[in-house]
Ligand binder design. Sequence first.
Ligand code: CAA
Ligand code: NAD
Length: 298
Amino acid sequence: MNSRLIAVSLRSLKVQNVSVVGSGLMGAGIAQVAAQTGHNVVLNDLNDAALGKAQKGIEKSLGRVAKKMGDEGAKFIEDTMSRITFTTSVEETAANADLVVEAIVENLAVKQKLFADLEAGASAKCILATNTSSLPVSAIGANLKDTTRFGGLHFFNPVPMMKLLEVIKANDTSDEVFQAMLDWGKAMNKTTVKCIDTPGFIVNRLLVPYLMEAIRLVERGHATKEDVDIAMKLGAGHPMGPLQLADYVGLDTCKFILDGWHQEYPDEPLFNPVETLNKLNEEGKIGMKSGEGFYSYK
Ligand code: CAA
Ligand code: NAD
């Protein structure tokens, strides 16, 4: 292909219409930032209750952004919300999308089924991407007819505040699709890093073992959880200490990631089960969202 044709094909993958599937913590944040940065957004979930909750959450988060804008704030919220359509229809979600970002439950079979449905309704040029934290990206897209249009876009919680986007090249992701995902990250005002499809990519591969080591350190009685958190905030400049951050991410999410990796890599000691994490999960104390984890939020 000559350079002019390559330029045309790259331009043709420019992303303006973004669909987000899953309107929970991450999906609502991705939809919000996409709308804030001028994209037309379709946000999909299984039922109206989930979409209603997402709408309220987005309005609240936009309120936090808008309060720094003075008189422009109200119009900013109105304009941003007007760019988001809420739907439970997969057909509507796929129909006009240039890019679909999936942020549903962390379950391989459920994600694979969703992508088959999305591919059936999407245009041939539509890019399909997953926000998975811990599953192999290539496995999620393995059953697609066109695996070259598929990759990973891994955002961080809270999406409106965290400036990073990991862009993951899966086994078959084409160069054009990878470049379009990187370009879209910039259009979302995120800084992008390039990743290959390895467990945890960059951030979670380092962050999850660190969080688990912090819990193990407290289990050994080497320091209190409060002192570990103070130490990492003031000694390493982290915005949250590791036990606070584990509560923030969700102890269920931490356990799910660790268990999956332990099963896949039983000889890696960094992925070994952590007793306190299992116990808190059994007690339903899964962090901030449940009102209690390592700390109480009641
Ligand atoms: N929407 C909009 N604005 C928000 C917001 C949201 N959801 N959350 C926080 N903010 C804004 C607040 O309005 C506030 O703005 P001002 O300072 O202008 O008033 C500002 O952010 C700071 O918020 P707070 O004062 O409430 O608290 P903070 O200073 O501790 O910041 C934080 C909150 C941004 C979450 C910060 O503590 C932080 O960066 N924590 C670490 C988070 C982190 O590491 N996330 C990654 C988790 S791992 C992951 O996501 C990957 C995975 O796969 C599991
Ligand atoms: P969440 O539970 O807050 O939201 C998931 C949403 O998906 C729910 O509203 C649920 O109703 C919906 N859903 C489930 N199946 C669906 C389907 N078939 N079609 C449409 N909607 C469906 O979860 P979350 O924390 O936002 O995580 C979503 C994804 O993002 C997961 O893959 C997770 O690993 C990843 N992720 C999470 C974090 C985090 O810190 N929580 C960070 C980065 C990535």
